[in-house]
Write a protein that binds this ligand. Structure first.
Ligand code: PEP
Length: 250
């Protein structure tokens, strides 16, 4: 089963119009691996600018959040139609910062995921355990619990528009990436769980990204891991080495 390699750049709450112009220009000037699907996720105010200025057909734009209502009195929230209106094709949901800093529940994230998919966005769905959960041998229990919330809401066809990002919380922004072996072992378990709870063909097709301190140097070390289908990149997506990560399979 060939799954298109996928590299996402999550800019988080970083950047200015000037710095985002620089990142987009970098992407436009680089020789990008044509076999890699790239999705960049700038903060909301820069989505339209990024969409209008990106040149490579392999690069698209993602939002970092969305609400599960069409429109109305929800101050501070953004709806799917507005994201599509400014050219976003994807949205990141379930990121650990939304789970742990903003206290979003599994249920709320799952509801937003189903809503976004029904209204025509594709979803980068993030899961991952904290360091305490890992130490307590709860890694798969936590990942399964976070997956269960969406599995119960999604139809089989929905999974074609979902990419799973396994992001151990202890590896995000710490410089301490999981070893390729550890990441592969969790990815294989996630794929097996999807096969068991959803369907074997969905499990064969769904892309599972690794996220957590990926950089230009360590990205190639994951290359021979058969269940790692790409990366979700935070800090390094703001730097020129993002191109090296995109091209890390070449
Ligand atoms: C992320 O925010 O999704 C992430 C993986 O961050 P970093 O690459 O900085 O660890």
């Amino acid at each position: 089963m060939t799954r298109t390699f996928f590299v996402g750049g999550n800019f988080k709450m970083n950047g200015t119009l000037d710095s985002i112009k620089g990142i987009v220009e970098n992407l436009n000037q680089a020789q990008l691996d044509p076999k890699t699907e790239v999705v960049i996720s700038p903060p909301f105010p820069y989505l339209l600018w990024a969409k209008e200025h990106l040149k490579a057909p392999t690069v698209s734009v993602s939002a970092q959040n969305v609400y599960d209502r069409d429109a109305g009195a929800f101050t501070g929230e953004v709806c799917v139609s507005q994201l599509k209106d400014v050219g976003a094709e994807w949205v990141i949901l379930g990121h650990s910062e939304r789970r742990h800093v903003l206290k979003e529940s599994d249920e709320f994230i799952a509801s937003k995921t189903k809503y976004a998919l029904d209204k025509g966005l594709k979803v980068i769905f993030c899961i991952g355990e904290t360091i305490d959960e890992r130490k307590a041998d709860q890694t798969m229990a936590v990942n399964q619990r976070q997956l269960d919330a969406v599995i119960s809401k999604l139809d089989k066809a929905d999974w074609e528009k979902v990419v799973i990002a396994y992001e151990p919380v202890w590896a995000i922004g710490t410089g301490l990436a999981a070893t390729p072996e550890d990441a592969q072992s969790v990815h294989a378990e996630i794929r097996a769980y999807i096969a068991k709870k959803v369907d074997q063909s969905v499990a064969d097709k769904v892309r599972i990204l690794y996220g957590g301190s990926v950089n230009g140097k360590n990205a190639p070390t994951f290359n021979d891991k058969k269940d790692i289908d790409g990366y979700l990149v935070g800090g390094a997506s703001l730097k020129p080495e993002f191109i090296d990560i995109i091209n890390s399979r070449q």
